[in-house]
Design a protein around this ligand. Sequence first.
Ligand SMILES: [Zn+2]
Length: 326
Amino acid sequence: MNSSPRVIWKKIWNTNVLPRVKVFMWRACQNALPTRKGIGSRISGYDTTCYVCHQEVEDVLHAIKECALARDVWRCSNYKFVLSLKFRDVVDWWEYLLKEVDEVDVEIMFTICWAIWGARNSFVIEGTQPDSMSIIAYALKVCGEVRDVRANGGKGAILKVVQYAERWSKPSEGWVKMNVDVGVLGEAGTGLGAIARDSNGVVLCAAVHHVKERWGVKEAEAKAVWCGLQLARDRGIKRVVLESDSLLVVQALRGASAGRSTFHLLIEDITNVAASFDDVKWSFVRRNGNRVAHYLAHFQPWDLGQRMWVDHLPNDVIALVANDII
Ligand SMILES: [Zn+2]
């Protein structure tokens, strides 16, 4: 159930984002942003269709989450899980984020919302073509500055971007790193990819698993982790770093959230499989660091079922693996 704007506003006020972002959010919660729907409610006959995508009525939720531009930004970000979630309005959405996502990520996500809104305005007013990666980079830069100001006791801002690994890195000696990813293959179902490498970067095995099921994004990402872990166990690996580019899944595995949803039951299954290893670490890497698993997950399906390589990896996979250790 929705909290009143007053309750959610208190929570937003306590986040560590730019004052300008808070003002934007406050106005959004109060329905006080100049959206076409908002203007249309005061001027009869006003065209409320979105000026950017020309597809739907433009309200705040559409502008910063559902519009083609917004969806592209979220798809390029580390928060692609928002694509599969539906909300009544922006208060409903932000309330969910405040509850389910950890503090630092919520701050980044709120700042991305504000940056999307700004980019739309620049497009409408000045005709500036919006670019998804620039919007994300700008939001990350702003968040880094805010955090630095806080860390320095409010004195001076030094630019620092959020600290998440951008590149693949070798695991420590005695450990095997298993990278996993998921590919949404439309009619062909879902692809799950996994690749295990040792502390020298040598490939121990790689696998693709095609299933006809089509899950939600975070459930599919969790399934990929589950498959990767099963593969590690079948190959007799004892200490594994399980690495995914789904922040939500990694956070859930680290115990940041609990619940009884399908997603949480999957997390519980994974935790149970993990108990049979000597040691398991959950690692998050940005998409750039997870390219081999991403490639495997999107490998064109020839059939449903599983395929595994121990030697003689496909050439494309070898090229990507080499790229990770250059
Ligand atoms: Zn639109």
